[in-house]
Write a protein that binds this ligand. Structure first.
Ligand code: FMN
Length: 190
């Protein structure tokens, strides 16, 4: 099982990266493979709402997202990871999610032609950290992740969320959460 993970945090050695590494360890312990893509290292322009993909299912913008469309199309397990920024995902993650509009258009075009076949074995997950501990801190971002996967035609498989981590290095100290994240990685690989 190959897992494709997108890290929307721009902070190197940050809390999302640490949490995702623990998930990756679990994936590998379960015999899977994981590829982690740092969205901040790529050029992903925001969606222009030009309507170009409505008729073709293909985005008019030519940047690093082109390769990601192909990788997403092949993946059976996907992770979207992002720290919480203002009750949502980071700008890097949001630009990536918005560009999935082309995949939503593609799915609908195929549906109209009767050529869309949902694959129930394709699952998508959300991994996130936040500094504060508010009850609704992840609500907005989880909804974004769910509708991102809906656009892809991928079933939402759940989330691994950690509250109360802020400064770089705080995630590493939350040893129990790191263990749980490894377990989460094992589970999603099965
Ligand atoms: C621009 C910005 C906005 C943030 N907004 C929130 C927020 O609304 N709620 C919250 O709990 N934490 C917020 N945080 C804190 C981050 O979620 C927290 O520091 C997290 O651990 C960073 O993860 P990282 O190290 O992977 O980047 C914000 C941080 C930044 C830089």
């Amino acid at each position: 099982m190959k897992v494709l993970a997108f890290n929307g945090s721009p902070r190197r050695g940050g809390n999302t990266e640490t949490l995702l590494s623990a998930v990756a360890k679990g994936v590998e312990l379960a015999g899977g493979e994981i590829e982690i893509i740092r969205l901040a290292d790529l050029t992903i322009s925001p969606c222009l709402s030009c309507g170009g993909c409505d008729k073709t299912g293909i985005c008019v913008l030519k940047d690093d997202m082109g390769e990601l469309y192909e990788k997403i199309g092949r993946a059976r397990r996907i992770i979207l990871a992002s720290p919480i920024y203002f009750y949502g995902v980071t700008a890097h993650a949001k630009a990536f999610v918005d560009r999935a509009q082309a995949l939503w258009s593609k799915k609908n075009l195929l549906k109209k032609k009767g050529q869309w076949c949902e694959d129930p074995d394709r699952l998508g997950f959300f991994v996130s950290v936040a500094a504060t501990k508010g009850e609704k801190i992840f609500d907005g971002a989880v909804l974004t992740a769910k509708y991102f996967y809906d656009a892809l035609g991928v079933s939402y498989g759940g989330a691994f969320l950690v509250k109360g981590v802020d400064k770089r290095g705080e995630m590493e100290k939350a040893e129990e959460k790191i263990r749980e994240a490894e377990e989460f990685g094992r589970r999603i690989t099965g």
